[in-house]
Design a protein around this ligand. Structure first.
Ligand code: GLP
Length: 250
């Protein structure tokens, strides 16, 4: 696992977007696992800017989002498809037919089959919930490996209320999520965390033991994982596990 700590959220988002754009240039038909969340907004805005400058071409790319609310129609403004449309899809040249969300097709396991048929994920970009969830894989004694339906924890519903104009009662209780193995089977996993509100969970996920109680800690087991942090999110990591301020790659 490599950890990069950059001085600001902006520089961390920029580095993450450049990582994705570089992959698209090297491998235009890349299969990308994509997350939602406020952390990703500057990443997607940067990718849009890179696309406009001819530095990120999505024409041949295929995307599989990590998660989606159960019962959310694509036209629903709170849905993750609407989020992706708003921040990325409508501003780049990705084909609508090559963008996928769990739950849009029959049984959840179909999603894993579709990912396999597409050749597997080249890159899975992930954020981290303040309770350590990855996608919507909530902390538990046992994690589900493949794409599945999940009951959201109260803290997760609260964290997603911003998509529903702050109305907690409108946030769905159920969601579909890629499983932990679906995510970790990606050839590369990039985790981005920004801000002091993530410092404690970053310490537990990156600096603590691997545990299903902190699903994001399983990224430590991935052979090709990159963790991108800003200084605030890295604030509770021990000095020996992350060199601050200098963007040092370890
Ligand atoms: C949601 C998503 C996660 C994401 C998390 C973090 O719960 N399902 O995939 O990692 O939000 O969100 P934020 O970036 O807003 O902190």
């Amino acid at each position: 696992m490599q950890i990069i700590v950059l001085p600001t959220g902006r520089s961390a988002a920029l580095a993450t977007a450049q990582f994705v754009a570089r992959l698209l240039r090297a491998q235009p038909a890349s299969v990308l696992g994509l997350p939602t969340g406020r952390t990703m907004i500057p990443v997607y805005q940067t990718l849009v800017a890179l696309h406009r400058r001819g530095r990120a071409d999505f024409a041949k790319a295929t995307t599989f989002n990590l998660d989606e609310f159960v019962g959310a129609s694509p036209r629903d403004e709170g849905s993750y498809r609407a989020f992706m449309r708003r921040y990325l899809f409508e501003a780049v040249n990705v084909s609508r037919h090559r963008t996928h969300f769990p739950g849009e097709q029959g049984s959840p396991s179909t999603y894993d089959d579709m990912i396999s048929t597409a050749g597997g994920l080249d890159l899975c970009l992930v954020g981290i919930g303040t309770n350590g969830h990855l996608g919507f894989n909530e902390p538990a004694a046992k994690l589900t490996t493949r794409t599945h339906r999940v009951r959201l924890m109260p803290a997760t519903r609260r964290a997603n209320a911003y998509l529903f104009d702050g109305r907690l009662r409108d946030v769905p209780r159920l969601a579909h999520s890629m499983g932990i193995a679906t995510i970790l089977n990606a050839r590369t996993v990039v985790l981005l965390a920004i801000g002091a509100s993530k410092a404690s969970i970053v310490r537990r996920a990156i600096g603590g033991p691997v545990s299903t109680r902190v699903p994001a800690s399983l990224i430590q087991t991935h052979p090709n994982a990159l963790v991108v942090l800003d200084r605030a999110a890295a604030g509770e990591l021990a000095r020996h596990s992350a060199k601050r301020d200098r963007g040092t790659r370890r």
